[in-house]
Design a protein around this ligand. Structure first.
Ligand code: ZN
Length: 180
């Protein structure tokens, strides 16, 4: 098992953010068809196909989520991220649904891609409530930004991989310090 995987449904959020490989500029969501395919394959889209507007919304949401994951890693939050998240939540018609057995959950009203993205936001809100959210982080390396789940007892991980990003960043800092 990859130790960076998030528990339960939160792994879907991590996988969604990582559909863009920042380092290689490779985007799994390259076109509306690819978005339809990804959301369906991950059980988020139940019917319907993505449009160009859906694709733009999904990509915006992905980067807003990445901003939050950077905040979980001690990098300050940009205010626009919350605006984007709230817009997506509104489009999805996210609301609380109560069941006869005495439980409640956050669910989207909307169908199609708006609803599928809403399901991701519902997972985020549950993770924020149960405390697992703070462990989902984006790598601090500017050319990486890969999403990983920090299982360290004291939540001290900064890099997706100490061997790659950690050492590379340290070497760069070292060179910079010694260049002057
Ligand atoms: Zn990294």
């Amino acid at each position: 098992m990859n130790v960076s995987r998030a528990p339960g449904e939160l792994e879907l959020v991590r996988a969604f953010v990582n559909t863009l490989d920042v380092e290689d500029a490779a985007d799994e969501l390259a076109n509306p068809g690819a978005l339809t395919g990804w959301l369906s394959a991950h059980g988020l889209l139940r019917g319907g196909t993505a449009t160009r507007a859906d694709l733009a919304n999904a990509r915006r949401l992905r980067e807003a989520l990445r901003v939050l994951l950077l905040a979980n890693n001690g990098v300050s939050v940009r205010k626009e991220a919350a605006v984007t998240l709230n817009r997506a939540a509104r489009r999805a018609g996210l609301g609380v649904r109560f069941e006869p057995v005495g439980t409640a959950r956050v669910e989207p009203e909307a169908r199609g891609v708006d609803g599928a993205l809403g399901r991701l936001l519902a997972i985020v809100s549950v993770a924020m409530a149960d405390g697992s959210w703070g462990r989902l982080k984006a790598c601090r390396a500017e050319d990486c930004r890969w999403a990983f789940y920090d299982r360290a007892r004291n939540r001290s991980r900064h890099w997706c991989s100490m061997a790659v990003c950690g050492n590379r960043t340290k070497a760069r800092t070292f060179r910079r310090r010694h260049a002057a």
